[in-house]
Design a protein around this ligand. Sequence first.
Ligand code: 1PR
Length: 532
Amino acid sequence: MGLQALFSGSDEAPGVAGLGLIDGQLRRFDETKSSTVNGSGDGEGRKSVPCIGWNSASLVQNDEFSTLEPDEKRPRRIFYGLEDWRKYYYVHSYFAPYGPGCELEKQGWTVATARYGDETYAGAIGKGNIFATQFHPEKSGEAGLKVIKAFLEGKMWEDVSISAAPNGTQAQPVVKMDSSTNGLTRRIIACLDVRTNDDGDLVVTKGDQYDVREKSAPPPPSHKTSTFTSTSATSSTTKHLAGQVRNLGKPVHLAEKYYRQSADEITFLNITSFRSSPLHDLPMLEILRQVSRTVFVPLTIGGGIRDTVDPASGRTASALEVAKLYFASGADKVSIGSEAVTAAEAYYAAGCKLSGTTAIETISAAYGCQAVVVSVDPKRIFVDSSPSASPDHHHHHHHTLRTAFPDPTTGRDRVWYQCTTRGGRQAHDLDVVQLVTAAERMGAGEILLNAIDRDGSNRGFDLELVDLVKAAVRIPVVASSGAGMPQHFEDVFSRTSADAALGAGIFHRGEYTVGQVKDWLEGRAGMVVRRD
Ligand code: 1PR
């Protein structure tokens, strides 16, 4: 563990010596060194930094094993449970370079490498009683648990023999790399919107356009199903009562289910946090504690990450303290929504000056940018762009785009994306590009890009919005809202350069499993996904 600290130094902290157990200097990823041009928009040919996602850790000596002849058997050595075809969860901006002239092996180190774009680095390294990984084994599903087990059992090397299957195909899965993602797999995130229902239970809910209450009694069974009433088990397990909060299941149970379905990450959003102090939101903390005992992929928690007055004591707890509670309970990242909008407004009002005191800045400084997600909830606003239109004094400074989906009533085809807070209830005079660029500047490590117009619609992701935001920032962008079928995931990955895609209703309503989405991406679209 703590791979980077073992080296002599890092560009991350010039002049500060590392432990020096391994001779070498860490460098920062170069955004321009991508392996290929991917997706569309201005982000072409660049890679996101920090690097967040699933990648390999391959032993250099095993590289030749992709060329086994039929019936040929060869011994293969497994180093601390690492298997070449498996994927591990990485999140980092700095890396230990590996390549020609690299002295690590001469110094007796065994190195398993990963490649992000054109940069190759040590994914795991060991010698004697030292073993360190750049990836997070505790967040790498079954593959990571295997590595931890081997380490605890002191099993540095395991000899296995691999053979080609009689028909000449590999008996072992082959190492798959996707150059269009700079080596990472396509990341699928399951999102759980959590709130207390009318009976006081914490439930996973899901609305359309952020309205999570049942609109009417369910249609009779013979009625043609609406987009919301699926053929799945959900309808039998869910009470459909008009006006009540939709109950789609229990948070811990669903998180475990999606983990078993090979979700690459789980996100929990406490969607009514603006109503109460998160300091008293102990059930949410308890959910995290329980989930982190059985779910070994990254967990993100959002909702109410802001400076908060404790109603009991009158004391103000900083956003950093609130985040700390979540990290201590098992969260890997916190997601900041409303507070990011407030901070961005203040940033622009101050002439683009950072205050150093916002939630994003303080948490990013303490835990690293990769621990800070900014969740944005934009909605489309049509503008009149006809020559006869009077200049719109309110919106002339917003980033607009021409949309392929014009307003059906007015025919207007130019939109801007307005930021909202309080679950879409409050609109701000700030557009999504302004928000994400300010958030990146403040130290956010990832953008969770929702789209209120698409939320719960099953119409697919808003690809125009994804392109707009990807072109504006260098940090990873998670596309969210609108997923209704596996094809939608293929679309967002093949037609934009989204770094990950998130689904909620599609999984909760049981229409598709995460595994089925991955089957589609792999089988139909030829994309590389993680399998445990
Ligand atoms: O503002 O920092 O307290 O955080 C509150 C968080 O709660 C924000 O991240 C905000 O997005 C979220 N939120 C608030 N109200 C709602 C609501 O639904 N009424 N949920 C809400 C937002 C959006 C997505 C959803 C996707 C995918 N949920 O996470 O899961 O749209 O849905 P789909 O695949 O079914 O289309 P703060």
